[in-house]
Design a protein around this ligand. Structure first.
Ligand SMILES: *Cc1c(COP(=O)(O)O)cnc(C)c1O
Length: 244
């Protein structure tokens, strides 16, 4: 490793440590246990070497948006102990690869996709962890189910044996951090309505990114999805040559 590389990875690790400190601080301010919130490092458009450096430093969970890009990195990082999360929209023609290669999917908003993942999850793997993406405040976005559709989707996904329904996910419109409290309330209401979920690990709220980590933790986030604050600005799609 040349020294320019070594110092780039030192900077990366120091930004990652800084994010962990901010998470602890936000938990303390909110009066939550620091252990209640986990860091998902969002590595889309960043190279496998950066993931390897963070993984060696102790970061285990990584989030990717594009299936093809993620599969290439998984190849390059074989032998690393990494838990892979898909956080981007998922089309039907990619579900088999996702079912076979990921540990979590945060972005499920339709039963059709959930059923395909359930049918395609290989028997030798544990059930695939699922969060349902909810569209709370962004009426224009095509991603996420509505609050009205959510109860039926929860019931249906809960019944799929090769999936493990873990919780809810939201990507609020920029600045609309009140969506975090709405998601937390919705999660609590579902637990109250479906007591049998209390025995399942329906314990996850995937919310908060680089710009609103503290607000999300204050509202009860259990997974903050952080890209820019760890890896720096993302290269553009075209410079990496990635396709979804
Ligand atoms: C890219 C992305 C993130 C990370 O965003 P940053 O602002 O870079 O922290 C988090 N969640 C989702 C769904 C993303 O697509």
């Amino acid at each position: 490793m040349n020294s320019a590389r070594a110092s780039a990875s030192d900077e990366l690790i120091s930004r990652w440590r800084q994010v962990l400190i901010e998470m602890r601080r936000a938990s303390a301010v909110a009066g939550h246990e620091a252990e209640a919130v986990q860091l998902l490092a969002v590595s889309k458009f960043h190279a496998a070497e950066a993931i390897a450096a963070l993984n060696d430093a102790g970061q285990r969970d990584f989030g990717e948006n594009y299936v093809q890009e993620a599969l290439e990195k998984m190849q390059q990082l074989r032998g690393h102990d990494i838990c892979w999360h898909l956080i981007g929209p998922l089309q039907s023609n990619k579900t088999a690869e996702v079912a076979a290669n990921f540990d979590w999917v945060h972005s499920i908003d339709r039963l059709k996709i959930a059923r395909r993942l359930n049918d395609q999850r290989p028997d030798e793997l544990p059930p695939l962890n699922i969060c349902l993406q909810v569209n709370i405040d962004d009426e224009d976005s095509k991603s996420g189910c509505s609050l009205a559709e959510l109860p039926a989707l929860v019931e249906a996904v809960m019944a799929l044996p090769r999936l493990r329904l873990r919780g809810l996910m939201v990507i609020p419109k920029a600045g609309e951090t009140s969506a975090f409290a709405t998601l937390a309330k919705t999660h609590a209401a579902i637990l109250a309505r479906l007591p049998r979920l209390a025995d399942a690990p329906f314990d996850s709220l995937s919310m908060g990114m680089s710009a609103d980590l503290a607000e999300a933790i204050a509202a009860g986030s259990t997974w903050v999805r952080i890209g820019t604050a760890i890896f720096g600005a993302r290269p553009t799609i075209s410079s990496v040559g990635t396709t979804a």
